[in-house]
Each structure stands twice: as structure tokens, then as C-alpha cells.
Design a protein around this ligand. Structure first.
Ligand code: FAD
Length: 436
């Protein structure tokens, strides 16, 4: 059967990459992209430049609105409420229906809200927030200024970046996480400790504890002329809404607002209700096809099962979203006509920025094996993860992108390396590819 129409559900980096690949590959059929958020935009700037106010909504759009008309991509501002895999039918929140020969689920995820007493009420009141959409970033930014105190719950990538941006804007920040140091699974223990240490160096109050309860205090209009309430003014009588946060070590603290950065939940209900396999993500093969021939899934919502039946950990990073979208686009092009076929899936890579420091990591830092750390300027700078045969399987680096670029190639080639070379600052990174 020839493919004459494709509907992509979700316009994040993964969904947009599908659409872009289809048009770049000269797919001639109808392409529809459905997202309630309108013109597709990028998410990493939401905790960085966009939150800081140094770029606006146009600056984070993948392409301007005209691109969609010029490339004959129908952009539907709507939410899909259900799909039928056998017929390719899609039901829209506005009440209409659509149909296509192939559907691509690119629904990403939503920010997790842990079950902590009082959190739902604080979130309802807008005093506790999450960060996943541009609207979330706009709401959060209202709380970032001198004289305001923000509690950041969770010191993972989004929590850490938000703490950094909030400090840049003069906000008082308390960062709360029960793990010390956070992110060791992503970048290894040595780099995680160094990165976590940056918070205190930049004036963040770091607390190693879990939140036991949120208490919403004060409900009516603003106290000060500029709307800000300093921490000293916090009392049950203060006029505006603020939070008392009780920690599991018995202590408590007050904040004007809280950002909850405790992870994301993949958006799988459409797949689940359509009878597709879901196991911590929508299960797909290496070309991002679900078990139903008419449905693909990509990005944060998808989870790959390799050809040797191994279910991979679900990736939650930008590059994976873009590559998976490109790979699904290529597979759809192959179905629609002659093509070079599915593209290889690379080891997952991500980056993060905080306090002017750039972090990158590729592959796995937790798979069985050993971690070798290279000191740079007297501090842990690059950590490599090696398997039992001394093949590089992961790498994380602080301000050393070249090391990660080299590691990507070593991972792709399965190169065996000498751990002593990895640890030795005198051995140039590029030379690692020539050894052994
Ligand atoms: C604040 C923030 C900062 C980040 N920073 C980094 C970083 O520095 N480095 C990095 O590697 N990664 C970063 N990430 C992660 C990266 O942005 C994600 O991995 C990526 O956005 C996932 O892309 P996606 O297209 O799969 O999902 P999403 O970006 O979540 O997009 C999914 C889209 O689907 C739409 N959708 C959902 N359900 C429906 C429905 N039923 N009908 C229609 N549309 C629907 C949503 O509206 C959304 O637009 C960050 C993420 C966030 C939130």
C-alpha cells in the first residue's frame, strides 16, 4: 500500500524532526502536525536563555509559522484525545476527526508531581510549579528577581539549571535533594560532586533532605509595593501566598515559590488506549515502529527494543528526540518509496549548562565496568566508563566537549583503550583514537 498521508502527534523536537525529515526527503503526501502549543518550539532554552529573558518566543521556535505553509505541513493547534491504529483515525479535543495512512506518536512527557502532602494544593494555587512548557517558564519567571526566594525541589538537570538562572536574576535559591551528589548516574561520582558544589559557590543554600510536606500560607494580594515579600517578612500573617516547606530531617524553611524538578512522565495514554505495547514508554523497534505497522513513536515517549530483544532504557534528551524523529522519518520515507533505509541509532548524548559551566555526557555511566577520571586544571574534568574489555561505553565532561566528541567515535567503533591513557592529561583526546 502506498503512503499518502502522515499525522504526527506532538510538535516537540522529535515530532518536528519527523516532519522536517519527511519534507527534506521529498515525501509528496499530506503531512499534518498536531500540538495544542501551536508553532513548535524547543525546550532546553526554557530553563536557560528563555527563562533568563535573553531570548523570546520567536528565538525558541524551530521555524517561523510561514515555514509550515511553505512546506505544505498542516499545523493543527489541538490536542489528540484518542487514536485507532487499524484505521489511522485520530480524534481531536475540539471534536473533529482526522485520518492518515501512518501515525507518529511524539507526545513527549509531562513534569512529574510527586505525592507529597500539600503539594497538589500549592500547585493549584500556582505557588509550586513545574517546568515543561513555555507557559510554565513564563509563570516561573515572575518569581525570579531580587527579594524573592525560590525553593528548587530536585537537583537534576532542570532543577540545577533553574537554580543557576534564578541566581543570575538575583533570586535567593534553596536547592533541596535527598541525594548527595545528584546526577552521579548521569555523569559519574567525581563530576557530579564538582557540579553540585557549584551551587553553594554561587550562593545557593543546598539542603540534603527530602520534602515531607508543603504548607500553603497567606492567600490574598501582595505585601510590598513591588509585590515582593522578603524572607524576613514571612509569617503566617503575611498577606500574599507563600510556602512553608517541612523537610524529613525535622527542619522547615519558607519560600515565595517552589519549582518541582523531580523528573518527567512519558505521555503514553494514547498508545495504551489504542492497545499498543507500553512498558515504561511506547515500545518501538530500532526504526521507531510500534508493533502495529501503521503507528510509529519517537522521542521521550518512546522506548526502543533492539533487534536482539533488549529493552533499552528510555532516553529523555534532546539529541535522542531529534535523532529518533529523523530515523522514523527515514523509515517512513523507505516505506513510501526507495530510500537508504533506517538510520543507525547513536549512543544517547546530552548537554547541560550551569553557572557558565558546560556539561556533556554520552553513552552510559552506570553500565557494568569501571569509571576512569581525568583531572583537568586540578579538578575532575572528564570521566570515561569502560566495560570489562576496556571498551569506552560512556563519557561525561565539564568544559571539555572534544573529549565527548572523541568518546562518541570510540563508542561507535567499539575501540579498546588503555585506562592509563584516559586518565593522563598529557595524552591528547584525539590520540585516544589512534592507540591500540
Ligand atoms: C526545561 C527543559 C530543559 C531541558 N534541557 C535539556 C538540555 O539542556 N539538554 C538535553 O539534552 N535535553 C534537555 N531537555 C530535554 C529535551 O528537551 C527533551 O528530551 C525533548 O524535548 C523531548 O522531545 P519530544 O519531542 O519527545 O517531547 P516534548 O518536547 O515533550 O514534546 C512533546 C509535544 O507533544 C505534545 N503533545 C503531548 N500530548 C499530545 C496530544 N495528546 N495531542 C497533541 N500533542 C500532544 C506536547 O504539547 C509537546 O509539545 C530539557 C527539557 C526541559 C523541559
Amino acid at each position: 500500500m502506498s503512503i499518502e498521508s502522515i499525522i504526527v502527534i506532538g510538535g516537540g523536537p522529535a515530532g518536528f524532526a519527523v516532519v522536517q525529515r519527511l519534507r527534506r526527503g521529498f515525501f509528496e503526501g499530506a503531512v499534518t502536525l498536531i500540538d495544542p502549543g501551536g508553532v513548535p518550539y524547543d525546550r532546553p532554552p526554557l530553563s536557560k536563555e528563555y527563562l533568563a529573558g535573553s531570548t523570546g518566543r520567536e528565538g525558541i521556535a524551530f521555524e517561523p509559522r510561514e515555514w509550515f505553509a511553505e512546506n505544505e505541513v498542516e499545523l493543527l493547534v489541538d490536542r489528540v484525545t484518542s487514536i485507532t491504529a487499524d484505521t489511522g483515525e485520530v480524534i481531536l479535543g475540539s471534536g473533529g476527526t482526522r485520518r492518515a495512512d501512518r501515525l507518529v506518536l511524539a507526545t513527549g512527557g509531562t513534569a512529574a508531581l510527586p505525592l507529597i502532602p500539600g503539594l497538589a494544593q500549592a500547585a493549584e494555587a500556582g505557588t509550586a510549579m513545574t517546568l515543561r512548557t513555555v507557559q510554565d517558564a513564563d509563570r516561573l519567571r515572575e518569581h525570579l528577581c531580587t527579594g524573592h526566594r525560590l525553593a528548587v525541589i530536585g537537583a537534576g538537570l532542570i532543577g540545577a539549571e533553574t537554580a543557576s538562572t534564578a541566581r543570575e536574576l538575583g533570586t535567593e535559591v534553596i536547592l533541596i535533594d535527598p541525594v548527595d551528589p545528584p546526577l552521579a548516574a548521569a555523569v559519574g561520582e567525581a563530576l557530579a560532586r564538582r557540579l553540585h558544589g557549584l551551587h553553594a559557590e554561587h550562593g545557593v543554600q543546598v539542603r540534603t533532605a527530602a520534602v515531607a510536606e508543603f504548607q500553603l500560607r497567606g492567600t490574598s494580594a501582595a505585601a510590598g509595593e513591588d509585590g515582593a515579600v522578603s524572607s524576613a517578612e514571612h509569617s503566617p500573617d503575611a498577606a500574599r501566598a507563600w510556602l512553608r516547606i517541612l523537610l524529613d530531617d525535622g527542619s522547615e524553611l519558607d519560600a515565595d515559590a517552589a519549582l518541582i524538578g523531580t523528573g518527567m512522565i512519558p505521555q503514553t495514554p494514547l498508545a495504551q488506549e489504542a492497545g499498543l505495547e507500553v512498558d515504561g514508554g511506547i515500545v518501538v523497534d530500532e526504526a521507531f515502529r510500534t508493533a502495529h505497522p501503521a503507528v510509529y513513536a519517537v522521542g521521550d515517549a518512546a522506548r526502543v527494543r533492539t533487534s536482539d530483544a533488549v529493552l533499552q532504557p528510555r532516553a529523555e534528551h534532546w539529541e535522542h528526540a531529534v535523532l529518533s524523529g529523523g530515523a522514523a522519518g527515514a523509515a517512513l520515507l523507505a516505506e513510501a518509496g526507495p530510500s537508504s533505509g533506517p538510520e543507525p541509532v547513536e549512543a544517547p548524548w546530552f548537554w547541560s549548562d550551569r553557572y557558565g559551566v558546560h556539561v556533556e555526557a554520552v553513552g552510559s555511566m552506570t553500565a557494568p565496568g569501571q569509571t576512569v577520571t581525568r583531572m583537568l586544571d586540578g579538578e575532575p574534568g572528564v570521566s570515561f566508563r569502560l566495560d570489562e574489555d576496556s571498551r569506552v561505553i560512556g563519557c561525561a565532561a565539564i568544559d571539555a566537549s572534544q573529549a565527548v566528541r572523541v568518546a562518541r567515535r570510540l563508542i561507535a567503533r567499539g575501540t579498546v583503550v588503555d585506562p592509563a591513557d584516559l586518565a593522563d592529561p598529557e595524552v591528547p583526546f584525539k590520540q585516544l583514537m589512534r592507540r591500540r
